[in-house]
Structure formats: C-alpha cells, structure tokens
Ligand binder design. Structure first.
Ligand SMILES: [Fe+2]
Length: 386
C-alpha cells in the first residue's frame, strides 16, 4: 500500500482504502480502479492524498472479514413490516394507475379535477413518513410497460424522500409530490412517434421534446387549479444550476426549489431505468455519475439530502461482498451511505442462503462491499427480499 498525492495520481491506479467525504459519503471504494473523472472529483472534494496499491506488484486489496466470523442471527421479518410492504406495493401499483388516469383525463378534457393528484400525493407522503425504505425499494421495480407513469411515480417517491430529508413540512411535501407526479405531463403534447422512437433523435425532434416543460406549465395553469408552485416546478424541472438546462437556461436560485428536487430525482430515475434505446445503468453507476457532475448541475443541499437518504447503495439494490456472497440492501445507514444494512441472499458459491441473515456493515467494518451487481443477472424477486 502506498500513499499518493492526488496531484500525482494517474488513471488506472487502484485504491486500497475507501476515500470518504467529511460528511461520511464515499467518494471511492477500496479496490476501485480510478479514472480521470475520479481524480477530478477527489480534487473537488479537497482530498490531498489517497492510498493505492503499487501497480508493479500483485498486492491485493485487504481481504474482508469472512461472514462466518460475524455473529449472524436468523431474523424473521416482523409481520407488521411484511404487511406494510404489501400494502405499499399495492398502493404503488394504484398510484401508477392514478397517474395514467390523470394523464388520460388531461388529454381529453378541458379541466382536471385536482383531487386525484392531491390524494395520490398525500397518500405517498403518509407512506414515506411511515417507512421510506420500503418506498425506495419499490422504485426498483423497473419496467418497459407504463414507462411514463411508473417513472412519474418513482420520481415522486424519490423527490419526497429528498424533501423529507431536507425537513420540508407535510404541506410542502404534498405540493412537491403533485409536482413530481405531473412533471412530465407536457409530454402529452409531444408526438408519440418522437417519444417512442428507438434510435437517435434528430435535432428538430430533440427541440420538440424540450418543449415539454413549457407545454406542462401551460396545461397546469390552464386546466387545473394546482397553483403556481406546481406550474413552476413542472416548467423548470430540466433547468440546471449552471444554466445548461432548458427551456430558459435559468441559473442557481432562479430555479424553484421543488423543480431542483424533481430535476435531480428525474435524472437519477431515468438513468437507472431500462429504456428502449439503451441498457439501464445500475443505481450505483447512476449515483456515481450524478455525484461526478454534482457541483455544476445540482443544488448542494438537494444533493446532500439525496445522498444521505437514497445512499450509494439504495434499498433494493444488490451487492457482492469481497468474500464472495451476494446480498440485497435493506436499509441505508444515513450518516454513512457506504455501509448499509444488508441481507445475505447467496453464499460465495452462489448457493441460496437459508433463513434470513442480516448484517449491519456499520457494526462489521471488516466486511466490505466489492461491487454492485445487476439484479437482472440473478433469479431474485427483489420486492420479496428487501
Ligand atoms: Fe421531463
């Protein structure tokens, strides 16, 4: 192991000890092979030196503790939790149906009765206050069907989780939830051929898509009584801190707070979902990408709330341990996003583990996550397991 000043780092070097921000968030994991973006990020966070493995040796990252060394308990999940999860799962499906209905009504009628959007948002706020981990886990249900509606509900869940972490009041959360559920309502005015086109869009098609915030703003003001906060959030959800967003290239605090929250949740959700034109990023990669571009694009308060609540390894995502086991994240450790609470699903030979083995990585510092893994590569019912 060798200590290297960040200014002397080169792409391709391997990190041997995790690098953390002062707030506890991880910048780089042990074992990571760094690239130029990582080096830039270390500089942004003011890190002066890191530990690396000498490239000319076969030195390996420190071996993690064996799970057998942990005092493991078989814990059956509480009945109450299982019931809440099933209720939330059902509500999640119903929320997707509600969004579909809202979109449908707005496309055919002159005016929208606002109560469906408000009731859906209120119900989501209640569920998130009760148990946000379950709600975050449900956003892992990715699908090609209903993409726009499921995406809208997922963005609402993530926005509310961020809003809660930022200390918004229940009333503010309800407005935020409505804004998030309807953020892409303007897509109703964009031709289906463009929305469903599998290949690259032409410049004029991209410009047409970029009108959806304006279309949405007009729809909210003309056909609903949801108010200006919702209208502006919809209008500005693609604006970015440095002015690189659209439709108006607004900067910094000219962007509505709800729009900043919805904009971040939307970016993350879209990246971690499968789309017809590309494979999905794993949630871990989406989070890393967002952190790498963070200071330029996203408000730091919003970003910090997002990282602390959703964490680098979100609830419902899968990880492989350095000792070989595969586990699912069941809870984030708020102040230490790189050390979640996990449930072991498979042993190091890939055999399913009997019983429920829960490990809190914060209390077992010798057990190390090697890498996130794609749930699609395993026969695992994510919703059943987290
Ligand atoms: Fe959008």
């Amino acid at each position: 192991m060798i200590k290297v000043l960040v200014k002397n780092l080169e792409a391709g070097m391997r990190i041997s000890r995790p690098v953390h921000k002062p707030s506890g968030g991880v910048i780089l994991d042990a074992g990571a092979v760094i690239n130029n973006d990582d080096i830039e990020r270390l500089k942004i966070y003011g890190v002066e030196a890191v530990y690396t493995i000498r490239p000319e040796t076969t030195e390996k990252p420190p071996v993690s503790g064996k799970l057998s060394a942990v005092k493991m308990k078989n814990i059956a999940p509480a009945q109450k939790y299982v019931r809440f999860k099933m209720e939330s799962f059902k509500a999640h499906q119903e929320n997707i149906d509600s969004v579909r209905e809202i979109f449908k009504k707005l496309s055919v009628s002159e005016n929208l009765d606002d109560s469906l959007a408000k009731d859906t948002s209120r119900l989501m706020v209640e569920h998130i206050i009760k148990n946000e981990n379950v709600m975050i886990g449900l956003t892992n249900l990715k699908t090609f069907d209903n993409y726009l509606y499921a995406h809208s509900v997922n963005v609402a869940v993530l926005s509310l989780v961020i809003g809660k972490a930022m200390g918004l009041t229940n009333q503010q959360l309800e407005t935020l939830g409505v804004s998030a559920l309807l953020h892409d309502i303007g897509m109703l005015n964009v031709s289906r051929n463009i929305l469903e086109k599998p290949g690259r869009l032409t410049q004029s098609e991209s410009l047409e898509i970029q009108k959806h915030p304006t279309y949405g703003y007009n729809l909210i003001l003309e056909k609903t009584k949801l108010g200006k906060d919702v209208a502006y959030s919809v209008y500005q959800h693609h604006e970015r801190l440095d002015g690189s967003g659209y439709p108006n290239g607004l900067t910094g605090n000219f962007i509505n707070l709800y729009a900043k929250i919805v904009g971040l949740a939307d970016t993350y959700e879209a990246m971690s979902s499968p789309r017809v034109y590309r494979e999905m990023y794993m949630s871990y990669s989406a989070m890393r990408h967002i952190i790498a571009n963070a200071t330029r694009l996203f408000d730091s308060n919003v970003l910090n709330a997002f990282i602390s609540a959703v964490a680098l390894y979100p609830v419902g995502s899968l990880v492989k341990l350095l000792s070989g086991e595969v586990a699912i994240v069941i809870k984030a450790n708020k102040r230490f996003p790189v050390r979640p609470i996990i449930k072991i699903l498979m042993d190091e030979k890939g055999e399913k583990v009997d019983g429920t083995v829960i490990v809190d990585l914060l209390k077992n510092s010798d057990i190390v996550i090697k890498e996130p893994v794609d749930p699609n590569k395993f026969d695992i019912n994510v919703i059943k397991e987290f």
